[in-house]
Design a protein around this ligand. Structure first.
Ligand code: BEZ
Ligand code: FE
Length: 292
């Protein structure tokens, strides 16, 4: 018997036997990860004591999840999202000092080729929804403005759909754009008030949420990727704190520091100055970036 063999498999020694078999792993990182995963998985099986039928149901769940994945849909990432794993990986990889803008999940609806727009442009191309002005600054940790920062923004429309979910209904690149800050670090653009929406729930993840008595909704938000030379890229959202799903985001993406008051502005002078023809919503948020 090789020194790493821990004997024949029994219910009691299952973890040691399986992890012992990985002695000659060529990657220490993989060996370590598999040791932890094997231990936790065996512990879970020992605690749950699944029937053969339950175990098969779990295998078929994962099989169906894989079958749903293609170029357009990644059901495994969605599964990771609703299990809180995506947010946990994000938190571990983006530990930020106090004062820096916190990150949150990217989500599946980012489009890399969104158009670069003039500051102040309206990203709502179909004039549907309640007008909204979004503005603020991009700052460093000392509060100094960052020039030439890019803000890649995308959001759902007033019915809770992204353009890529409604091809042929919404114009291409509706509610998306890239803005570049000037010397004063300011940004501003026009949009429409976003609405809460369900994550794709017609697959295995939706079924799981149903079994768990959970809804599939995300509270209304705007997505941002903020980048500037010499600074760490930031992927985040700003959330409407008055949304009915703000305390139960299906993917756990909400953070207190990312909630921003959506203020109603009815002042005719401000309406005209903001190039609207009716009262609008205003969202003001400063992004604070950390050094790269
Ligand atoms: C989103 O906010 O776009 C999103 C994030 C995670 C899962 C589904 C959608
Ligand atoms: Fe989203």
């Amino acid at each position: 018997m090789d020194s790493h063999e821990k004997g024949y498999f029994t219910e009691a020694n299952s973890i040691e036997v399986v992890t012992g078999r990985n002695e000659k792993a060529t990657s220490e990182r993989v060996k370590f990860a598999m040791e932890v995963i094997t231990r936790k998985l065996h512990e879970a099986v020992k605690e749950i004591e699944p029937t053969q039928q339950e175990w098969l149901t779990a295998i078929l769940f994962l099989t169906q999840t894989g079958h749903l994945c293609d170029e357009w849909r990644q059901e495994f990432i969605l599964l990771s999202d609703v299990l809180g794993v995506s947010m946990l990986v994000d938190a571990i990889n983006h530990r930020k000092p106090s004062g820096a803008t916190e990150s949150t999940v990217l989500g599946p609806f980012h489009v890399a080729s969104a158009p670069v727009l003039e500051m102040g442009a309206n990203i709502c191309l179909d004039q549907k929804g309640e007008p909204m002005l979004v503005r603020g600054r991009v700052l460093d940790m000392d509060g100094k403005p960052i020039a030439n920062a890019t803000l890649d923004v995308w959001q759902a429309n007033d019915e809770g759909f992204y353009d890529v979910q409604q091809r042929g209904i919404q114009p291409d690149f509706n509610l998306r754009g890239v803005f570049r800050t000037q010397a004063d670090g300011h940004y501003w653009f026009r949009a429409v008030k976003p609405k809460f929406y369900p994550i794709p729930d017609d697959g295995t993840v939706g079924k799981l949420l149903g079994l768990l008595g959970r809804h599939p909704y995300r509270p209304a938000h705007l997505h941002f990727i903020v980048k500037a030379e010499g600074f760490a890229a930031l992927t985040t959202h700003v959330f409407d704190p008055d949304d009915k799903y703000i305390h139960s985001d299906a993917v756990f993406g909400v953070k207190k520091s990312l909630m921003v008051h959506f203020a109603r502005v009815g002042d005719p002078v401000r309406i005209e100055a903001s190039q609207f023809s009716e009262p609008f919503w205003e969202v003001e948020y400063d992004f604070v970036l950390t050094n790269a």
